[in-house]
Design a binder for this molecule. Structure first.
Ligand SMILES: Nc1ncnc2c1ncn2[C@@H]1O[C@H](COP(=O)(O)OP(=O)(O)OP(=O)(O)O)[C@@H](O)[C@H]1O
Length: 452
């Protein structure tokens, strides 16, 4: 994988002829930018240029390899250093490798080929690392920005204020709201606006994991802990160490696991299933649910002590239908982003489209709105998206459906029919009906739906 940025190499070699030989060989790759130095001092003076890779002659006139390697590792811990020596000396090689050298080569007829292979490997690693950093920065910029959570309604401004306050400390945050209201967006915004932004953000959906696997998913397991545990697995809590753990659909956690989670959170230590060694962790917790947790506590389905441990700073996301004109604002942004991403000429919502969007109740909230306007953007013939381009029929039928019971019955029947047609493929059904996959998993768990 070639990186777009040049791959910067320093060749440090006091033998002019040999240095030129190395530099010439490395320069055969047009993506390499090679600089040559004959002393340690000259190399150190240019370290500010942040080379990706350094080849280092062990015996330089003004320093020994160990000294220069030590200084490079201190100033550029991410730069790989390959030591090239005139003589084979095992103890020197071991000491250089211990100090963090990438490898140790002896000058012989194979040196150039081996160097070429090593540089190829390092270049690939650097390229992956750059890609990773870039992605992290993109996600960070997207969710870290105050406007990550769109909406001008007073309730959303209040949510943004709470996110900013939560980000300043490590307080646990509990987010509630219907499906598709943006609970995960809130969790990411808190993470990326906090000083943990460069650490992992790990999301686990309790409703999407089979009950018997939740414990090992969260806490990890040792090899052989149960049938199928063929290798050791680090749990999500450990994975999120230093960062943020987002536990979605927390109300779906089994009562017995609620007790275990409480203990783990209180002790700030986790023991893998089948293991006997506790591992300390440091995570910020954000939990979310579409249910009222207090009602779950009163009904005996959620432990009161865990409820108080998790409540922290509560943030409630109102359904989209209670956010005034925000649906239009969000719709315009989704259309604009979709056009940009797909190189389409910019499209706009017509008056009739706006009217229809404001009439609709959006049971799937922002997720549904996004899917609807993106599809309408594809279907529209001209620059304007018309009311008829919006695939809102199901929503309209449901609005007139009357009581909650018939609404639920209708929803269940539609999802069941779709599940049957799609051979139980939950992700496909979620995409087709534009509802959250966790909603479907929940309905299956509560035996409202059958999977054949
Ligand atoms: N205020 C918002 N601004 C921009 N995009 C939003 C907003 N709210 C939600 N979204 C988008 O809507 C979609 C659903 O959001 P998200 O997954 O955060 O919802 P959720 O409440 O966690 O859903 P579920 O309960 O089904 O897990 C995502 O594509 C998200 O980016």
């Amino acid at each position: 994988m070639a990186s777009v940025l040049p791959f910067k190499i320093f060749v440090v070699e006091d033998n002019e002829w040999y240095g030129e030989l190395l530099a010439h060989r490395l320069g055969l790759n047009p993506n390499h930018s090679v600089q040559r130095f004959t002393t340690a001092k000259a190399c150190l003076e240019q370290l500010g240029e942040q080379p990706d890779f350094i080849t280092l002659d062990y015996s330089l006139p003004d320093a020994k390899g160990e000294q220069l390697l030590g200084q490079i590792r201190e100033r550029l811990p991410g730069t790989e250093v390959l030591v090239i020596s005139g003589q084979e000396d095992i103890s020197t090689a071991v000491s250089m490798l211990r100090q963090g050298a990438y490898d140790y080569l002896v000058k012989d007829e194979n040196t150039l080929d081996r160097l070429w292979n090593i540089v190829g490997k390092v270049e690939q690693q650097v390229s992956l690392r750059r890609e990773n950093t870039q992605l992290r920065q993109q996600v960070g910029a997207r969710y870290g920005a105050a406007q990550a959570l769109l909406g001008e309604h007073a309730s959303m401004q209040q949510v943004r204020t709470l996110i900013a306050k939560a980000a300043r400390t490590t307080i646990t945050v509990s987010v509630s709201g219907e499906t598709g209201t943006g609970k995960e967006v809130v969790a990411k915004a808190i993470h990326f606006q906090s000083d943990r932004a460069a650490q992992p953000f790990v999301a686990v959906n309790m409703a999407a994991i089979p009950r018997e696997l939740v414990e090992s998913e969260l806490f990890g397991h040792e090899k052989g802990a149960f049938t199928g545990a063929v290798a050791r697995r680090v749990g999500r809590l450990e994975e999120a160490n230093g960062g943020t753990l987002f536990l979605d659909e927390i109300a779906d956690l089994d009562l017995s696991l609620q007790a275990k989670l409480l203990r783990v959170l209180q002790e700030r230590e986790v023991t893998r299933v089948g293991g006997n060694q506790a591992v300390a962790f440091d995570v910020r917790l954000v939990v979310a649910t579409h249910r009222d947790l207090l009602t779950e506590v009163q009904a005996g389905r959620f432990r009161e002590d865990l409820y108080y441990r998790l409540l922290g700073l509560p943030i409630t996301l109102p359904p989209l239908r209670q956010r005034g004109n925000d649906a239009l604002l969000l719709a315009e942004v989704f259309v604009r982003d979709f056009c940009r991403q797909n190189n389409l000429p910019l499209r706009h919502l017509s008056e009739s489209a706006c009217e229809r969007l404001l009439e609709h109740t959006f049971p799937g909230n922002v997720r549904e709105l996004k899917a609807v306007v993106e599809l309408a953007t594809v279907l529209a013939d001209g620059e304007q998206i018309l009311g008829d381009d919006l695939p809102l029929r199901a929503g309209r039928a449901l609005v007139g459906a009357g009581s909650m019971l018939s609404l639920r019955e209708q929803t269940t029947a539609i999802v069941q029919q779709c599940l049957d047609e799609m051979d139980g493929d939950v992700l496909a059904v979620a995409a087709r009906l534009q509802i959250g996959k966790s909603t479907i998993y929940r309905m299956i768990q509560q035996q409202e739906l059958r999977v054949n």
